[in-house]
Write a protein that binds this ligand. Structure first.
Ligand code: AMP
Ligand code: ZN
Length: 668
């Protein structure tokens, strides 16, 4: 096989595996093998840029940045749907249709997916455009972002039509949404409100690489050109064979009573679905009949949405308790008389903060209404004041921390109360250690989140540096701690001494210092002392470090107990310095941007890139007018060379690069 055949064959295989995994849910190979294949393709494509393909499976990872989205006019408007709320409404609708067509009618019904609609255009089987609904007439071209969604086929399969335009819904499954939120909370960021808004916001991110990290899915539900198929069921089946994700709950029926059962079934069982729905959509199945029915100014006459009511129920508010977060924030929680809401028993609802309670005048003992709307956590929507006891008292937000008793503070402009007893408040202590051992931080194997609480509650540890003083005999014999688990725990703790500095820095749990910020700080300051000793101006001079982060770092380093803990970690040989290979050796290439291409004789390509970076230069993957040099080895792709020549970019050899670095060559 020659190179081009190899590339084409890998692309085909990867598209196939992607389809098996995401659409058929029947993978043939392991994730690892998939990644290896993708890596191989990536490598071949980099080496042979003349075979570039914007719809290659490698393009899923994103990387393009869109500053402002181009507006695109829809070929036909993206209409809303008419709404109904009862079987009677549906019968009325059928009567109206029958006045126009007096033949027998068949319907399909689908779930009404609660996300954002998207219009996808394919030409010769290739995805060429993805546009949001916008105002219905025109939307934003978000093609680069949509390409990162694995259930949007980049190339159609089988006997697809040359021109194919279809519409679907982009949703964020609940499990992915929850995961995303817990990692945001872990990083000190505000959690997102609900999956729909998050899906919508994700499509509008400027950096498609960020979009590729968001767990989004596309569910297809309509085709633009109704002449392509005889009916909706045929369309759904064909679309599935083209590689689209067609959710398999749809139903085909002639009876409205049967359809109503389908509706009631999903109204009751919606919580079993992996994503949120807000109703069911009924559609006339036959495309010829649809054409006769046509549209009103707002809706298709041949479709009808049945909207579920936001699930709402009344119950008693028994008490209000308070959760103290890792950063000391206090969240009031409503403890409710358990009640069935949409198939799940609800016992708690978030009360957000003092303002929320105050604005609704919520009191303990009140009869309240709870709703499960777009948000995952049920919320209180109303208070029935007529059922309020005569001696009911206005709720007063506590002045003192419910866990440690210290005085709570509410900072200017913040909605939350905080407990500032940083080193003496148990949930904060436990939360911080839990963060320290978490996967993206020190990743201590053999030590779970609950064990941390157990160790703190038994007085064995009080901060994360105490972990390194734990002895086998102290922990063996604790609840669920057999000899083997105790050994694993001790070994896991020892292993964490090899975790690189940037992850240790993240693990310290400084407010607003998430993974990315920790990386930036580690690279810039190189060790912990430089960070802790730097002042405000120095901190904000670092790329992407703003005032809020800088203040938080300073606050952390001014706390003596923190410094003691860090000194103790130092004594235990935790990595507090970036390793030599990541350190900058010079800044001679500062401000210069390089593209590296081809095969070199003295270095591997990665070594060349590293060499550039540790001397202050920047490496990027594609040539633009901002590129300062193209470092060319043998077998470099002709298109890169052409582009460099066209943009007047200097092409240098590896020897010229090393000369540049040693200062022998003043090409600048
Ligand atoms: P609405 O915005 O309430 O008028 O409802 C119309 C929207 O429902 C469409 O723009 C789609 O985004 C969405 N929708 C979700 N699922 C479906 C479906 N199965 N068929 C048609 N539209 C759907
Ligand atoms: Zn406290």
């Amino acid at each position: 096989m020659n190179i081009s055949e190899k590339i084409f064959s890998l692309r085909k295989k990867l598209h196939d595996h992607n389809y098996r995994y995401y659409v058929l849910d029947d993978p043939l190979i392991s994730d690892y093998d998939f990644d290896m294949m993708l890596k191989e393709l990536e490598h071949l494509e980099n080496e042979n840029p003349e075979y570039f393909d914007i719809n290659s499976p490698t393009q899923r990872v994103g990387g393009s940045v869109t500053k402002s989205f181009i507006t695109s006019v829809h070929s036909t408007p993206m209409y809303s749907l008419d709404n109904s709320y009862s079987l009677e409404d549906l019968k009325e609708w059928e009567k109206r249709i029958k006045k126009i067509i007096d033949t027998s009618l068949e319907y399909t019904c689908e779930l009404k997916f609660d996300g954002v609609s998207i219009n996808l255009t394919y030409k010769d089987g290739e995805l060429v455009k993805a546009v949001t609904r916008g105002d219905g007439v025109k939307g934003d071209d978000v093609t680069n972002n949509v390409k990162t969604i694995p259930t949007v086929p980049l190339k159609l399969r089988g006997d697809f039509k040359d021109e194919f335009e279809a519409r679907g819904e982009i949703v964020m499954p609940i499990s992915g949404f929850n995961k995303l939120n817990s990692s945001r909370v872990e990083n000190g960021e505000e959690p997102f409100k609900n999956p729909r808004n998050t899906a919508s916001g994700s499509l509008k991110l400027q950096d498609s690489k960020e979009v590729s990290k968001r767990p989004l899915e596309c569910l297809l539900y309509s085709v633009e050109d109704s002449k392509m198929f005889n009916n909706h069921i045929e369309f759904l089946k064909k679309a599935k064979s083209y590689g689209f994700n067609i959710y398999n709950t749809y139903k085909h029926s002639t009876s409205l009573e049967e359809i109503f059962e389908f509706i009631q079934h999903w109204e009751k069982n919606r919580s079993e679905l992996p994503f949120e729905i807000d109703g069911v959509v009924l559609k006339v199945n036959d495309f010829y009949q649809r054409e006769i029915l046509g549209f009103t100014s707002k809706f298709p006459r041949w479709a009808m949405a049945y909207k579920f009511k936001p699930e709402n129920t009344g119950t008693r508010l028994n008490s209000i308790s308070f959760q103290v977060g890792r950063t000391g924030s206090i969240t009031p929680v409503a403890n409710l008389e358990p009640v069935n809401l949409a198939g799940t028993i609800v016992k708690r609802a978030s009360l957000h903060n003092a303002d929320f309670i105050e604005s609704m005048d919520i009191r303990v003992g009140d009869f309240v209404y709870v709703e499960k709307g777009g948000d995952i956590i049920p919320k209180i929507t109303n208070v029935d004041k007529t059922k309020r006891a005569l001696d009911s008292k206005k709720f007063e937000f506590p002045e003192f921390c419910p866990e440690c008793g210290s005085k709570l503070q509410r900072l200017e402009g913040e909605a939350n109360h905080y407990c500032l007893n940083y080193n003496g408040c148990k949930p904060q202590i436990i939360g911080r250690i839990q963060h320290y051992i978490s996967r993206k931080a020190l990743d201590i194997e053999g030590l779970g989140q609950e064990t941390v609480a157990l160790l703190v509650n038994n007085g064995l540890i009080n901060n994360y540096s105490d972990l390194y003083d734990l002895r086998f005999d102290q922990i063996v014999g604790l609840e669920r701690m057999a000899e083997k688990s105790a050994n694993n725990l001790i070994n896991g703790i020892l292993d964490s001494k090899n975790i690189p500095f940037e992850r240790v820095l993240y693990g310290l749990g400084i407010r607003y210092v998430g993974e990315t910020v920790a990386k930036k700080l580690a690279k810039h300051f190189e060790n912990i002392d430089n960070i802790l000793n730097s002042d405000f101006d120095e901190l904000i001079s670092v790329d992407e470090i703003g005032e809020k982060i800088a203040k938080s770092i300073i606050e952390f380093s001014q706390n003596e107990q923190n410094i003691d803990i860090i000194n103790s970690l130092k004594n235990h040989n935790i990595q507090f310095e970036i390793d030599d290979s990541a350190k900058n050796v010079s800044s001679i290439l500062l401000g210069k941007s390089f593209v590296v291409s081809g095969v070199f004789s003295n270095f591997s390509r990665d070594e060349i890139k590293k060499l550039i970076e540790i001397n202050g230069g920047k490496v990027s993957s594609s040539i633009s007018s901002k590129t300062s040099f193209l470092v060319a080895g043998s077998n470099m792709g002709p298109s890169k060379k052409e582009k460099a020549e066209k943009l007047n970019i200097k092409i240098i050899s590896e020897t010229e690069l090393t000369n540049l670095i040693s200062g022998q060559n003043l090409l600048f």
